[in-house]
Design a protein around this ligand. Sequence first.
Ligand SMILES: Cc1cc2nc3c(=O)[nH]c(=O)nc-3n(C[C@H](O)[C@H](O)[C@H](O)COP(=O)(O)O)c2cc1C
Length: 401
Amino acid sequence: MGESRLKGFGEAKNSGLGTVAADEGTVAPDRDPRKTFEAKPHTTDSAINSSEASHVVGGETQARKATHLKVCLEDDVQCESLTTGLERYRFRHCCLPELGFEDLDCTVDFLGHALPVPLLISSMTGGTDLAQEINRRLARAAQAYGLAMGVGSQRVSVERPETERTFAVRSLAPDAVLLANLGAVQLNYSYGVDQCRQVVDTLEANVLILHLNPLQEAVQSRGDRNFVDLLPKIEQVCAALPVPVIAKEVGNGISGAMARALLDAGVAAIDVAGAGGTSWAQVESARAEDPLQRRLGRTFRDWGYPTAHCVTSVREVDPEVPLIASGGLRTGLDAAKVLALGADLAGLAMPFLKAAAESEEAIAFEIEALTAELKTAMFCAGCKTVAALRSPDVLQRFPKS
Ligand SMILES: Cc1cc2nc3c(=O)[nH]c(=O)nc-3n(C[C@H](O)[C@H](O)[C@H](O)COP(=O)(O)O)c2cc1C
């Protein structure tokens, strides 16, 4: 691994974000987002009942985003017993790789963009001061290391345009592949091509992600649960937008059959966002006030297709489609495994969130560790390129012990 690119990467050097208040759902221009936030119960409603009451529509979305961050940073919201399935795979060990470590080539092409490493900062946040600081830190890292980066759902910025700036990272990452984000279900709640175009334009994004999150909406109090006839609306968006559209889950996975339907509707790429990592049923359970909703989230904490299964099943239906594997990836070895299974990019959310909440150095460390782990897997499996990881017999599947 070469010298750290930390030097000159951002201004804020060692600024942990501390604990996060549930009412961080405001945007106050003069507020220092790096100060320590006071911890409060994980409720959205307490935030809404106070300062947010007069803007309840956009304010509810904004307060929910704040509570999501708080829960993700402070609670254990990972799947409980379900895993990604990657632990069942092992690389061959090559005692004579006939390669120099420095000659390893991690570059990949994704949707026509050349990336120096096949890593994605998965879609997470926006809408609040804290989210803005996290997005800014991640964007500087994306620029410094050449990672692709998603932002969280931009619905809040459509509802409250004053929050647009919390997503605005293009000036910090002029060369990065940036992925805009909206929930596909919003297409059944008065959103259409115009709002999709708006979020792409304001972010100056290269790609739009439409996320699919039926379980989260089912568990969420007042969730948007009308998923009727969404596919034709997704098709309209794909046809109208000037940028490619990616269909993404949020941690419950996309099967081969669902991927086929989405690709036939015109999406350009799939992000499986499989199960085994962050559980959105558990996040919603942790913030629910209603005991029924709390139980619902707990019951479905481990729902969905494990990430490894999603990657192989999407690759079975389409060997060529640009494919992102995410959901529960925690090391560069996990990333190497999904790339060997056929993914083009490996995405991580929670590890980057935790690092970003700590400091810019922590993000740099995370990226350098992930890259070193990925390269070590390539080296010891005798694979000079990412494409070579996909050669037969490089990755072997073992039965459950
Ligand atoms: C705080 C947080 C907020 C998230 N918000 C969004 C979102 O707005 N849109 C989206 O597509 N996914 C969102 N996700 C889901 C992630 O992109 C990812 O699919 C999921 O967390 C699984 O990846 P992980 O196990 O690496 O965390 C969010 C994740 C986190 C941790």
